[in-house]
Design a protein. Structure first.
Length: 137
């Protein structure tokens, strides 16, 4: 069985956002076992798996990314879309656009404290398009 769906996440402000439930609502019934591959179709946001319980982790991660890749660096050439544009591309390269997650017994087989993050690196990124492919039996 292969099922593919394309959907959008609502617009989020800049930051790291737990979106597991929002993603799951968009998926078909999951098979008993298989994999979910999900990709974000943007170059200024990313997907990750990390801590799903303590929101301080998301706040800290956002601060870390902003420290690692600051706005207004004098060597940036790609600056036409504002000071958050080039840093958002660099941050999305660091995190990556896609996740591949195991499916077991009809559920994502994540650790107890793991969830899916939208890493929104733009101040006003808007709705983000994702493609989810479920492969299973």
């Amino acid at each position: 069985m292969i099922h593919q769906t394309e959907f959008s996440l609502r617009a989020y402000p800049r930051g790291i956002h737990l979106v597991t439930a929002e993603v799951m609502r968009q998926l078909p019934e999951l098979p008993s076992k298989g994999i979910l591959n999900i990709i974000i179709k943007h170059t200024s946001a990313a997907l990750a798996v990390n801590e799903n319980a303590d929101p301080d982790v998301r706040t800290d991660l956002n601060a870390i990314f902003n420290s690692l890749v600051p706005e207004n660096a004098p060597f940036y050439l790609h600056v036409d879309e504002g000071p958050d544009d080039m840093p958002s591309h660099a941050k999305s390269i660091l995190v990556g656009p896609a996740l591949t997650l195991p499916i077991t017994d009809g559920h994502l087989n994540l650790g107890t404290w793991q969830g899916i993050y939208l890493c929104e690196f733009r101040n006003h990124g808007g709705r983000r398009k994702l493609v989810a492919t479920v492969i299973g039996e």
